[in-house]
Write a protein that binds this ligand. Structure first.
Ligand code: ATP
Ligand code: MG
Length: 327
């Protein structure tokens, strides 16, 4: 693995101040991302994956959302405190995002071609013809048939899979060095899904693009990820190279997630699942947020939040089983 950290996220907390209370959606996330690396963010629905991704570019709803603590360092710039002008230069150009819901991320009143060209014109100094040619090439790379027709279409005239690929083309239009892809294959069928995964692999290898890939599908993590960060209750509770996480998961939650993977060789008729519910981000359990569901729970887990600690150079876990406090 390469060591140069392109992005460093430290103790990031993004909270939403709602009438029901404070939603601690992201509650102390730490990770680094290297050049050419694909880091997967995994975890159950509602654990804070999308809010983490949106926080990197300050794209969450604000108000009610606010980054209350933490740093996001990209090439010595703290994206939490830098000016909005600076952030706008970085958004789409250096760091681009494929949103979880392509449908709502595309503007319904402009054609796909206009939207891609607008994105290119915001950041690159190209003539209209050059921008149009770039848009054509991008859609072609996404294996969109009849590119010239697609450029003239409005989002509602496209299928879900087509919109998803157009969205990816748009995000790649300014050759970003970091692509944040939030569940980029959920709305597409298996063939398109395989194509999108191939395109992302090519970009990673060919251009050394770094990818933050968000998914709850561990088979995709195996396919594309170099490292995986498991998120629970708005925090990274385990981070390690994918092979290591899959073969030697350390946190009881990660072990549960992996054991929920379907085993084709087994004749079991029911998939195992982790008992209990994900924590309520307005009213997090005391101590370790996973303790009410944990088979290995100890007294200390009920009152003390475990810090993330290295159990190997490349493998860190936030669990009292490894911190020494429970032994
Ligand atoms: N605008 C908002 N206002 C209030 N709460 C929000 C807002 N956006 C997200 N949340 C809450 O923050 C928490 C984390 O949401 P997030 O969308 O990050 O989950 P996720 O891990 O991406 O889940 P999924 O797998 O379903 O996409 C959830 O409890 C969600 O309800
Ligand atoms: Mg999400």
């Amino acid at each position: 693995m390469k060591s140069e950290a392109l992005l460093e996220v430290k103790n990031l907390k993004t909270w939403f101040y709602t009438r029901r209370g404070i939603v601690k959606a992201v509650n102390g996330v730490d990770f680094t991302l290297s050049r050419g690396e694909c880091l997967c963010l995994v975890g159950e629905s509602g654990c804070g994956k999308s809010v983490t991704a949106l926080s990197l570019l300050r794209l969450f709803d604000s108000p009610p959302g606010k980054i209350v603590e933490g740093e996001i360092v990209y090439r010595s710039i703290d994206l939490v405190t830098c000016s909005l002008d600076k952030l706008r230069q970085i958004r789409g150009k250096d760091i681009a995002m494929v949103f979880q819901n392509a449908q709502s991320a595309l503007n319904p009143i402009f054609t796909i071609g206009d939207q891609i060209i607008e994105q290119i014109n915001t950041h690159l100094d190209l003539s209209h013809e050059q921008a149009l040619e770039k848009a054509r090439t991008l859609l072609d790379k996404m294996r969109i048939p009849e590119v010239d027709r697609a450029l003239k279409q409005y989002p509602h005239q496209m299928s879900g899979g087509m919109k998803q690929r157009a969205m990816i083309a748009m995000s790649l239009s300014c050759d970003p060095c970091i692509l944040i892809a939030d569940e980029p294959t959920t709305a597409v069928d298996v063939t398109i899904r395989a194509q999108i995964m191939n395109i992302l692999q090519e970009l990673k290898r060919g251009r050394e693009m770094s990818i933050i890939f968000i998914t709850h599908d561990l088979s995709l993590v195996r396919e594309i990820g170099d490292r995986a960060a498991v998120i629970y209750g708005g925090r990274v509770i385990e981070i390690a190279p994918v092979e290591r996480i899959m073969n030697e998961p350390a946190h009881p939650y990660t072990r549960g997630l992996i054991s929920c993977l379907p085993d084709v060789s087994s004749d079991a008729t029911r998939l195992p699942s982790i008992e209990g519910n994900t924590p309520n981000p307005i009213d997090m359990p005391s101590g370790c947020p996973f303790h009410p569901r944990c088979n290995s729970v100890m007294d200390v887990c009920r009152s003390v939040l475990p810090e993330i600690t290295n159990i190997l150079d490349v493998h860190a876990v936030a669990c009292h089983l490894y911190s020494g406090s429970g032994k």
